[in-house]
Design a protein around this ligand. Structure first.
Ligand code: ADP
Ligand code: LRH
Length: 478
């Protein structure tokens, strides 16, 4: 494929992919070359990412990409936020923890002993999530692990290091650590010092579009490349890349990046760090080109996939038939009202028996619990849609903006029931797609850096390419 000269490595919490792409005449063409599961590992009591297997799978994907497109010039890497590996002398110390690991509560306690929640928010502008990197670092400091390490690399930066030998911290993902200033976008060195964290634990910042480094000689050989290939910084936080590819036009659009999590909010120019925003637990994450994503992390399709995992686990052979499509069709056919619960309740964060936890939540709150599998599915989707509507109403109030259209991107944009329920609960028009928004945003930032689109293109120019390349599906409130 002569014009597919860019590759996106996109690691979601549910699955990873390698996708080739290139922009010709204002249209992005893509070719998926690899897709692999991302299965967390429980080792004793702790929960980890299977980083070895992810790196092996993405390397196989990159080999395929190079084989299929020998003119490949650039690779961009994104993944879920907040998690990292600790290193000493370039060697990984231990297996990176999963953000759903139970250790984070201790980290929250430790950090709040030194810095109160409101002060922390004034520094970093982040929604309180127990897994923000700053809390994880506090646990590592207490256990003595940080004393052993000379570096921490966020997951996409760790992969870039293994590919190039260069260490850096990409800016959008850095903004999820809790250690980046929401005002000037630089490391909060004074905050790190107060928390006893070494100021050079995380390496220097790079911005999306900047080069990270060329594939090292051994990696070039292993991947079968014959020309030098650049690893280019993209919005390495998957949500930052996804929002680049939300085909929104004008000020009256909101987005929902819908996958394992639902990231629900607005793109704005300057952070909102008012006490009201903090109380409502909104976040100000750093986006590509200096934008701010004012959003809330509202749980997501994790509730559904984890329920399905439980049913698969419980199933006798006779019952082992509920694939996603069947379950969604059964859920769509339900006419009676179902339970609406709070999908962001902390009890739903760790892996486990979601249907039982949902029923428990309902009983505790005097709500009739869902009984059948289809009712559980409907209840999950109805609850997510209700939470989206509530979150966007709050975002409108806190920013003074008014939302007319909700864009849903990511794997969940294929869930027609969820899209329709979102339109119903919000009373707003929903435009669904593209599905692979994250990989698209990753590729477009590379395309701009590589000169396939004008280097002065703004995000709205890039979104014009998204509109020209991918259809959307409209849902009107029913
Ligand atoms: P992540 O990037 O967090 O790994 P994705 O954006 O890939 O997540 O979304 C994964 C989710 O998309 C799945 O949990 C599933 O609920 C949903 N999904 C995937 N394919 C379909 C489909 N064909 N119909 C409806 N939902 C789907
Ligand atoms: C989505 C995501 C989200 C974070 C969470 C840890 O994949 O990056 O933006 O809050 O994972």
């Amino acid at each position: 494929s002569p014009d597919l000269t860019l590759a996106a490595v996109d690691l979601g919490a549910t699955s990873g992919r390698v996708i080739l792409g290139g922009v010709t005449d204002g249209v992005l063409r893509m070719k998926p070359v690899a897709r692999f599961a991302n299965v967390p590992q429980l080792l004793g009591e702790s929960m980890h990412w299977n980083i070895q297997s992810l790196f092996a799978d993405l390397s196989t994907g990159l080999r395929e990409a190079i084989l299929s497109s020998p003119g490949l010039t650039s690779i961009g890497i994104d993944s879920w936020a907040v998690d990292y590996g600790l290193l000493r002398d370039g060697v990984l110390l231990g297996i990176p923890h999963h953000y759903r690991d139970g250790r984070n509560l201790r980290g929250v306690e430790l950090v709040h002993e030194h810095v109160a929640p409101d002060e922390l928010f004034a520094h970093n502008g982040l929604q309180h999530l127990d897994f923000n990197t700053v809390f994880q670092f506090a646990v590592e400091a207490e256990s003595g692990f940080l004393d052993l390490a000379d570096r921490a690399l966020l997951i996409p930066d760790l992969i870039a290091f293994w590919l190039t030998g260069q260490m850096s911290t990409e800016l959008t993902n850095a903004s999820t650590t809790g250690l980046l200033s929401v005002r000037d976008g630089d490391w909060e060195l004074a905050l790190m010092e107060r928390l006893g964290l070494p100021s050079d634990l995380l390496p220097g910042l790079v911005s999306p579009g900047e080069p990270i480094g060329e594939l090292s000689a051994p990696v070039t050989a292993r991947l079968g490349a014959s020309e030098p290939i650049q690893v280019t910084a993209v919005g390495s936080h998957d949500t930052a890349s996804a929002v680049v590819a939300v085909p929104m036009e004008g000020q009256n659009c909101a987005f929902i990046s819908s996958g394992t999590w639902s990231l629900v909010g607005l793109e704005i120019d300057a952070p909102v760090v008012t006490e009201e925003a903090r109380q409502a637990n909104f976040t100000n994450e750093g986006g590509v080109d200096g934008t701010i994503r004012f959003l809330k992390n509202v749980s997501g399709l994790w509730l559904l996939s984890e329920s399905m995992r439980q049913w698969e686990h419980d199933a006798t052979d006779a019952q082992r038939s509920s694939d996603l499509e069947t379950l969604l069709a059964e859920a769509a056919a339900i006419e009676a009202p179902v339970a609406v619960f709070d999908p962001s309740d902390d009890r739903f964060t760790p892996p486990g028996d979601m249907p039982t936890r949902i029923r428990d939540w309902c009983r505790e709150h005097g709500v009739e619990p869902p009984h059948t599998r289809a009712e559980v599915v409907r209840s999950i989707l109805e609850s997510l849609a209700a939470a989206y509507a509530k979150t966007l109403a709050a975002a409108e109030k806190l920013t003074g903006r008014s939302v007319e259209t909700i864009h849903i991107v990511g794997g969940g944009s294929q869930n027609t029931l969820l899209c329709q329920l979102t339109a119903n609960h919000s009373g707003l028009r929903v435009l669904a797609g593209p599905v692979e928004a994250t990989a698209i945003g990753n590729l477009l930032v590379q395309a701009r850096a590589a000169g396939q689109v004008d280097e002065n293109s703004s995000l709205s120019d890039l979104r014009q390419i998204v509109r020209a390349s991918f259809p959307v599906t409209e849902y009107l409130p029913g």
